[in-house]
Design a protein around this ligand. Structure first.
Ligand SMILES: O=C(O)c1cc(=O)[nH]c(=O)n1[C@@H]1O[C@H](COP(=O)(O)O)[C@@H](O)[C@H]1O
Length: 254
């Protein structure tokens, strides 16, 4: 799907519209799980009708070969799911670019990066991603309990780190940002900021379910897509679990 002429954000929006789904399923098997490729393919087949993308973290990217990963991304594409590589990239420009090139070859449609790398390096990376036909998603405020230790720091001059990251993400023309579903205040603030700036910047929110975040509340606060792992792939009936979250996200609480 990387060869398509439309942007990653457009492809996500189209699939989300067609499937009436805001769900991105994180394929994060435990370290002792066997047959990882089969796990990924089975999960993809189960959730394909309920989700618009799948996300690969180091759970799969480290143990599988690049050929196996390419087979899995191909399967996902055949089931109309986009593929996001979650490597939270944060390095010097040259290294970032080599990483993106490898991910593009394996069939990824987008990658997640950390704006901590710096404003110019992030902007170059977004440009590189677009040249490869990929999207870039930037972390702005993570979902875990001590995310405030980094994203909630006050930087030099008194500005909060997450506001600096948001500013970098906007100026770099990234295709989306990550803000935890557990960060309702930040989601609301960013939603207001987007309205004020009249920009459309898709917000991807992990943290629903296993981490305690609420799907309906997150969407009400401004999440466009929900990244959900354990609550879906560990369910006995993965399709039913994905459907439940799809429907919850489709009807945000009043
Ligand atoms: O970038 C991410 O995807 C991410 C950012 C974040 O702030 N919090 C977060 O949990 N994630 C990822 O989202 C997934 C969440 O999985 P569950 O907690 O099992 O739903 C994992 O792959 C995390 O690495």
């Amino acid at each position: 799907m990387t060869s398509s002429s439309s942007s990653f954000s457009q492809r996500m929006a189209q699939l989300a519209g067609k499937k009436k789904s805001r769900i991105v399923v994180a394929l994060d098997p435990a370290a002792n799980k066997r047959n990882l490729k089969q796990f990924a393919i089975r999960t993809i087949d189960a959730v394909a009708g309920e989700a618009c993308a799948v996300k690969f973290n180091f759970h799969l990217l480290l143990p599988l070969s690049s050929r196996e990963i390419a087979e899995v991304t191909k399967r996902a594409h055949s089931r109309r799911l986009l593929c996001i590589a979650d490597i939270k990239l944060n390095d010097i420009g040259d290294t970032n670019e080599v990483a993106l090139e490898h991910l593009a070859k394996m069939g990824f449609d987008a990658a997640i990066a950390n704006p901590f790398m710096g404003a110019n390096t992030l902007a170059s990376l977004a440009k590189k991603a677009h040249a490869l036909g990929m999207g870039l998603i930037a972390l702005v405020y993570m979902s875990h309990p001590d995310a405030a230790d980094g994203y909630g720091l006050q930087a030099h001059g008194g500005m909060m780190m997450y506001r600096i990251f948001l500013d970098r993400a906007i100026k770099a023309y990234v295709d989306g940002i990550v803000v935890g579903a557990t960060q309702a205040d930040i989601l609301n603030e960013i939603s207001e900021k987007k309205k004020e700036l009249k920009i459309s910047l898709p917000v991807y929110s992990p943290g629903v379910g296993a981490q305690g975040g609420d799907a309906r509340q997150a969407v009400k606060s401004g999440s466009d897509y929900l990244i959900i792992g354990r609550s879906i792939f560990q369910a006995k009936d993965q399709a039913a679990a994905a459907r439940r979250f799809r429907l919850l996200a489709a009807s945000p609480s009043p």
